[in-house]
Design a protein around this ligand. Structure first.
Ligand SMILES: NC(=O)c1ccc[n+]([C@@H]2O[C@H](COP(=O)([O-])OP(=O)(O)OC[C@H]3O[C@@H](n4cnc5c(N)ncnc54)[C@H](O)[C@@H]3O)[C@@H](O)[C@H]2O)c1
Length: 341
């Protein structure tokens, strides 16, 4: 099989997860990396190989890429995707898909028009415990879901925001705790409930941070069309990153999902517990370990889908729903009213 030519845009915190995933897939060749900060891209190519660029359009023009990974600030995901599509390049972008729902729709439209494919990273869906729970829900073993709730209480101080030239801003990050941190957990909760949304009713606030405009707090509920309420509590002014939790009250049992560990207690008192496999390690060098091995799994699925003409599990249309949730939380919080879907 012909190796696909792959590039990466953005060489900040997250790109090593992409670079390592590409390098460990024998069907792929990491041919080029791009960052507007020259020192970053030079350091990246020294580590992972490939040709450095500081202008992504130049990279698109010269590298005959099959696919590009977008690891840049949120507001750039849409224009970079639309541009890549116009060069006939498939796109795998980091979460969130974009800042606004309309931009996400334009991304889908551009990729369809140019007949390229679009994937969006929500790697936590590939955590072993999450897959197991999804399987138990789909098999019917847990019966109906009656209610869901989730909690994200993390630590993102003013100092964290001050280190970044885009985080903590409405125009470049598109929000705060919801669009950047809680988006993964909201995406998982929605994926577990697997039902169309009726409306969202939420409040948002900045209660603690002095240096940013965006929210550090969100609370509210997603009302699904089958009547299930998924409630959420999000803060990023805790003093540490507490494990994220999702609870599901189901017809045949009770589920607790804690940072990738699924614990099911059935009404007959039997239990099932599934978490990460400790043997499943990847050497990320000096990259944060807590992002785990799930990027590799999602990236492999994306390329398998490209090469074998299979569905991309988290494609643009799937990610659009999570984008709509995020934007509805903001709209509801700002207008103090329910947002109907
Ligand atoms: N999936 C996850 O768990 C996860 C974790 C962390 C970050 N992310 C996502 O990854 C993306 C990047 O986050 P990060 O923390 O790595 O940010 P970062 O600020 O560390 O890195 C972004 C990089 O993009 C570069 N850049 C900015 N404008 C550019 C342009 N026009 N052309 C080329 N490069 C440009 C910056 O110079 C910077 O090096 C965000 O969407 C973020 O939400 C996802």
């Amino acid at each position: 099989m012909k190796r696909l030519r792959v590039g990466i845009i953005g060489c900040g915190n997250i790109y090593p997860m992409h670079a390592i995933s590409i390098k460990t897939n024998p069907n792929l060749e990491l041919v080029s990396l791009c960052d507007i900060k020259q020192d970053r891209v030079l350091q990246a190519v020294t580590k992972y190989g490939g040709t450095p660029y500081t202008d992504y359009i130049e990279m698109f023009k010269h590298e005959k890429l099959d696919a590009v990974h977008i690891c840049t600030p949120h507001y750039l995901h849409a224009p970079m995707t639309i541009s890549a599509a116009s060069y006939g390049i498939h796109v795998l972008t980091e979460k969130p898909m974009s800042i606004q729902v309309n931009d996400a729709k334009s991304m889908i439209e551009a990729c369809e028009r140019h007949q390229v494919r679009l994937g969006v990273i929500f790697q936590n869906r590939y955590n072993k415990g999450a897959r197991f729970l999804k399987d138990r829900l789909e098999s019917g073993k847990l019966g109906k879901i009656y209610a869901a709730k989730c909690s994200v209480t993390w630590d993102r101080s003013d100092a964290y925001y001050m280190k970044s030239d885009w985080k903590g801003t409405w125009d470049k990050e598109g929000g705060g705790a919801v669009i950047d941190q809680a988006i993964h957990t909201l995406d998982l909760m929605r994926w577990f409930v697997n039902e169309q949304i009726d409306y969202i009713d939420a409040s948002i606030a900045n209660r603690v941070h002095e240096k940013i405009d965006v929210e550090d707090t969100a609370e509210g509920m997603i009302k699904f069309k089958n009547g299930v309420i998924g409630s959420f509590h999000v803060i990023n002014y805790y003093t540490t990153d507490s494990p994220i939790t999702i609870e599901l009250h189901c017809e045949h049992g009770f589920v607790k999902y804690t940072d990738g560990l699924t614990e099911i207690t059935y009404h007959d008192t039997s239990k099932e517990v599934v978490g990460a496999d400790p043997r499943e390690k990847l050497d990320y060098g000096d990259v944060k370990q807590y992002w785990g091995v799930s990027h590799v799994k999602q990236i492999n699925q994306f390329y398998e889908a490209l090469q074998k003409q299979l569905p991309i599990e988290i494609d643009g249309k799937e990610a659009l729903i999570t984008q709509q949730i995020v934007n509805a939380i903001y709209e509801s919080g700002k207008k103090h009213q329910k947002i109907f879907f």
